[in-house]
Design a protein around this ligand. Structure first.
Ligand code: C2E
Ligand code: MG
Ligand code: MG
Length: 286
């Protein structure tokens, strides 16, 4: 009589367990190359969607502005989201061009809505690799003046300040942006990339609570504690606070009671095409 293959079975169980543990850690082969991205730019496959951002009012929330989010309309893969190509753009020197595209598209849109009597603020994500260009504040001001948009209407959102090449340059550029009345926000606060020290040393006008914290509201004590702490700290430092990742009425209610200034999330509005935005806002206004 032959023995059951105990060792084989244990081996395969062990292999299965190891694979399950290691798979999330394995570096996925990127879907796109530099050539793909350059071709996408040449063929005008990049465009911008806008996600409404809400301001707390005495009894609820009202649309205050929009965040411009880059999209790649790929002919075979459909809509591709920025997390799949922003790093690539940074690595191959394409990020400055992409940022100019988002800024100009967003500002053209805001200028058009201003003329139609709809005053909306605009937020644009700025790669931290770009906050080293000393002429940037001046160029940006020219860009706004050409369109008749006030600097107060534009906020630049920055993440990952921990990896800044030269914090001195960044401090200088952000200070000049603030002196020219642009808003500057620290994005994704509360994750591993940003520290309290950096938040206090750079002249931010706004801090955005990372969506992972927003998603945990109001269910977990950790999420509630983090959100309250960031709101209080931001206010003590003279900043506005926005919470991202608001996916429920209960989260929104919690943030209102906690004194959060702004909220963004799928429960309120998803990122959308510019053509849909005014109708969306009109449908919400009583
Ligand atoms: P972000 O600036 O923090 O933008 C918010 C992201 O969270 C967006 O993802 C948005 O679609 C998503 N989001 C909004 N509400 C919710 C929600 O309720 N639940 C969940 N789960 N997610 C929500 P998206 O568009 O994929 O952008 C991801 C990131 O890519 C952005 O994060 C930003 O860091 C970066 N990014 C987007 N556009 C640009 C750009 O023009 N330039 C640069 N440098 N980075 C950009
Ligand atoms: Mg952002
Ligand atoms: Mg964010």
């Amino acid at each position: 009589m032959s023995m059951p293959p105990v060792i084989d079975q244990q081996d395969s169980q062990l292999r299965g367990a190891l694979e399950a543990a290691l798979t999330p850690l394995m570096v996925q082969r990127p879907r796109f190359t530099e050539t793909d991205l350059r071709r996408a730019i040449d063929r005008a496959q990049l465009r911008v969607q806008y996600q409404p951002k809400y301001r707390a009012t005495h009894n609820g929330w009202a649309v205050a502005g929009i965040e411009a989010l880059l999209r790649w309309e790929h002919p075979e893969h459909g809509l591709v989201y920025p997390l799949e190509f922003i790093r690539l753009a940074e690595r191959c020197g394409l990020i400055a061009g992409l940022t100019d595209f988002v800024l100009q598209t967003g500002l053209d849109q805001i200028a058009e809505w201003n003329r139609a009597g709809h005053k909306l603020d605009l937020s644009v994500n700025l790669s931290s690799t770009l906050v080293t260009d000393a002429d940037f504040p001046e160029r940006l001001l020219d860009c706004l003046e050409a369109r008749g948009v006030a600097p107060e209407q534009l906020t630049l959102e920055i993440t990952e300040i921990a990896s800044l090449v030269d914090p001195g340059d960044t401090l200088d550029i952000l200070s000049r942006l603030r002196m020219k009345h642009f808003g500057v926000a620290l994005d994704d606060f509360g994750t591993g990339y940003s520290s309290l020290t950096q938040l206090s040393k750079l002249p931010f006008s706004e801090v955005k609570i990372d969506h992972s914290i927003g998603l945990s509201l109001p269910k977990t004590p950790f999420g509630r504690g983090m959100a309250r702490a960031i709101i209080d700290m931001g206010h003590h430092m003279g900043m506005k606070v926005c919470c991202e990742g608001v996916e429920s009425a209960a989260a929104l209610e919690f943030l209102h009671q906690a004194g959060c200034d702004f909220a963004q999330g799928f429960y309120l509005a998803r990122p959308m095409e510019p053509e849909a935005l005014l109708d969306f806002i009109a449908a919400q206004t009583p």
